[in-house]
Design a protein around this ligand. Structure first.
Ligand SMILES: Cc1cc2nc3c(=O)[nH]c(=O)nc-3n(C[C@H](O)[C@H](O)[C@H](O)COP(=O)(O)OP(=O)(O)OC[C@H]3O[C@@H](n4cnc5c(N)ncnc54)[C@H](O)[C@@H]3O)c2cc1C
Length: 292
């Protein structure tokens, strides 16, 4: 712990990450760090950098599979009020990275501010949503982002704004270690109409996704012009099991897990799906799920 001396209240050694991800799988983080202020975060980030300690930032863990052997180095989770604030001003909102995305979507709708409805039913934090450019067939978060505040691994804080910000399918050009907040531009709209829209999206998701299971959303990216789920389905892999991991019968791009499942089960199943899809259709499926 010498490297983090003086920060013992926010640093846990050998902390199980299964408590912090949607899958609820995987091993421990060597250091699990929960800074509550920008100053603490800068202190943590610079100490990691100076000591060549790998660092990762965790949002709500809804797009992650943590390996059974755990993660070396520091896993940083932004904690507390300062990192979860949202500040509305006329038709925009500055949302801190730790803010809950689903709550933000609802707050916008209640205020009659349109733009984030396409993110209905996507769990996660604002930071994770920006890093992943979360979205789907209804739209993505990048379309509404005006600027972001970032921290690099030396602890420098800077802003990146349109047009130097680029968002693409499930990716951004943000390379800085930590996203601190984002300014999101919205437009005035009718709250009743927006409420109807998010209900429709919600019903669509409820009907098409295995929402009451342990999963991390879509495992594979859609190859250009194709649906990864449809490809896995056409390969006849729905319901395929490895240990406690199974291809969902409801949506073939979801891998769901049951009690006793190991991360390795999910990894093996992913490898099998990729192999079978390559053999059958000569398509190389790329991961959307991030593996630590
Ligand atoms: C039921 C279900 C449905 C889903 N549906 C969708 C969907 O329709 N569309 C979609 O796009 N995704 C979907 N997902 C995946 C997931 O919800 C999104 O990718 C989400 O944006 C991840 O946010 P998170 O905070 O949980 O990030 P995490 O999973 O914790 O992390 C994801 C990535 O973001 C990085 N990150 C997180 N916070 C920060 C930060 N502050 N600074 C820098 N990097 C950061 C992490 O290091 C990691 O690289 C779904 C997941 C589930 C479980």
């Amino acid at each position: 712990m010498r490297i983090f001396s003086g920060l013992e209240t926010i640093v846990k050694k050998d902390c199980p990450l299964s408590d912090y991800t949607w899958y609820g799988l995987g091993g421990k983080a060597e250091y699990f760090i929960t800074p509550t202020t920008t100053e603490q975060l800068r202190d943590v980030v610079t100490r990691c950098n100076e000591n060549d300690l790998p660092m990762r930032v965790l949002g709500l863990g809804s797009n992650l599979l943590v390996s059974d052997k755990g993660v070396r180095g520091a896993v940083i989770k932004l904690a507390g009020e300062q990192f979860s604030k949202t500040d509305f001003s006329e038709t925009s909102v500055v949302a801190c990275a730790g803010a809950n995305l689903s709550k933000l979507v609802l707050d916008c709708v209640r205020k009659g501010l349109s733009g984030l409805e396409p993110l209905t039913g996507i769990p996660g934090s604002v930071g994770g949503a920006i890093k992943m450019n979360a979205g789907g067939s209804f739209g993505d978060i990048g379309a509404s982002v005006e600027s972001v505040t970032l921290m690099d691994k030396q602890g420098n804080i800077f802003e990146k704004s349109k047009p130097e910000l680029a968002f693409d399918y499930r990716r951004t050009n943000i390379t800085a270690k930590v996203i601190l907040d984002a300014k999101i531009q919205l437009t005035e709209s009718d709250p009743e109409q927006m409420l109807r829209t998010i209900k429709e999206i919600w019903i669509y998701k409820k009907n098409s996704q295995p929402l009451h299971t342990k999963n991390a959303g879509c495992v594979f990216k859609n190859p250009r012009g194709l649906s990864a789920g449809a490809i896995v389905d056409r390969a006849g892999l729905k319901g395929l099991k490895t240990g406690g991991a199974m291809i969902s019968e409801k949506h073939a791009n979801f891998i769901i897990t049951e009690k006793g499942c190991k991360s390795d089960d999910v990894k093996k199943l992913i490898a099998t799906v990729r192999e079978r899809v390559k053999e059958e259709f000569d398509i190389e499926l790329e991961l959307e799920l991030e593996i630590w």
